[in-house]
Design a protein around this ligand. Structure first.
Ligand code: FNR
Length: 385
């Protein structure tokens, strides 16, 4: 039988780490450093990965033939797999039009996609592509009028789950990105010319569609200049979130509301009391605070506190289907991945999102059979022992 395209990809790139390796070669240095970076010496990035891989699961055998069912539902919506795409900003710098590539992937596989406030495509463009799979991430604007307008735009574009990011009280110091020149005005330097020539596919695509911009926010700055919009982001978004502010968002938003970046059980409790529907356990992929615990370490206690009263979403340090299984077994309802999806798109362009999903599905299903679990519920029971 002839091998199809996805089977060929699976043979060449059977793991996310293969895509990461290829992505690193295909995109300019500054884009790579922006994608990878954490803070300081990045021990928290390493900790996310180490503590994830330290989670062990004890298999049970003699279950006969198992056909794992990985479908799930959250907030009344069914998903064909319990994982999806985490919100990421300036995504078009990593790969031109990556939001559109990922939007098509999530619609094809019926998995969630969270569009960032600072993505390089607008909710109006992405909403129709993702259908019922769309979540929107809000960096809370200081100006309530801007906030309400963003909420309305997201809702009208079809995004029914709102994710408010809590863990950026201020922009973080990502020294590695800074060193690479991230945030400096685009300049015509020898280094930039060298980088452009070294990564011709990225460069040709970028030249074809133009340098990435934070399009969703252009409306509020009356400017299409990236530098102006980035200044607006640091001045006007964030640094403002409080329990009262969250209550206002709760009152303004009809659909499910999720609070992202929670690592303290008491914050999870207060969020539930404020009326959120979902707690999103995450340390922002260790991009904010280098002293933060690994997100997977924070998960069990938060699950213990709020499970049954709120949905549990998890991210940070997920790099395989096995990692998705680990987080589900520890109580997550949905697991999102940030860097992994962009490794895929940067490595394989239009096929990248699909291929990441194929890797995760194949890995998850295999692991579930190894463990003797036919459903996500059985995974949770297995971990409880
Ligand atoms: C992010 N993250 C993020 N989070 C958020 O709430 N809004 C945003 O705009 C962004 N932007 C962003 C850009 C890039 C390039 C990355 C890698 C991450 C954090 C993201 O949603 C998620 O929490 C982490 O990526 C999860 O960690 P892993 O999967 O990358 O290890």
């Amino acid at each position: 039988m002839k091998e199809n395209h996805l089977e060929r990809l699976m043979r060449r790139f059977p793991a996310i780490s293969d895509l990461r390796e290829r992505a690193g070669r295909r995109i300019p240095h500054v884009a790579w450093e922006y994608l990878e970076s954490g803070c300081g010496d990045e021990t928290a990035v390493a900790r996310n990965l180490e503590k994830m891989s330290a989670v062990t699961l004890v298999p049970r055998f003699l279950k006969g033939e198992l056909v794992p069912d990985v479908s799930t539902s959250l907030f009344g919506q069914t998903y064909q797999a319990p994982f999806g795409v985490a919100p990421m900003g300036l995504t078009g710098l990593i790969w031109p039009r990556s939001e559109l590539i990922l939007a098509r992937t999530v619609a094809k596989y019926s998995i969630p996609y969270c569009l960032s406030t600072v993505a390089t495509q607008t909710p109006e463009t992405v909403g129709p592509l993702v259908g019922d799979m769309g979540w929107f991430q809000l960096y809370p604007p200081r100006d309530p009028k801007t906030r309400d307008d963003l909420l309305k735009r997201a809702w009208d574009s079809g995004f029914k789950t709102m994710v408010v990011t809590a863990d950026v009280p201020v922009g973080s110091r990502r020294e590695r990105s800074t060193r690479a020149g991230f945030g400096r005005p685009e300049r015509f330097t020898l280094r930039n010319v060298y980088e452009a020539m070294k990564h011709p596919t990225w460069t040709i695509n970028t030249l074809r569609i133009g340098f990435p911009k934070l399009r969703t926010l252009e409306k509020y700055t009356n400017s299409t200049s990236t530098a102006t919009v980035i200044k607006y982001v640091s001045r006007s978004l964030g640094g403002t979130l409080s329990w009262d502010y969250l209550k206002e968002v709760r009152e303004a938003w009809e659909g499910p509301l999720v609070l992202k970046g929670i690592v303290h059980p008491e914050d999870a409790e207060l969020a539930v009391q404020t009326g959120v529907d979902g707690i999103y356990v995450s340390n922002h992929g260790a991009r904010q605070l280098n002293a933060v615990p690994a997100a997977i370490e924070s998960l069990p206690e938060i699950v213990r506190r709020v499970k049954g009263r709120a949905g549990i979403i998890f991210d940070s340090g997920v790099r395989s289907g096995l990692d998705v299984v680990r987080a589900i077994a520890l109580g997550a309802d949905i697991v999102l991945l940030g860097r992994a999806f962009l490794y895929g798109v940067a490595a394989l362009g239009d096929h990248g999102g699909d291929h990441v999903v194929e890797i995760l599905l194949a890995d998850m299903k295999n692991v579930m059979v190894q463990l003797g679990c036919a459903s996500l519920q059985e995974l949770r029971e297995l971990a409880r022992g």
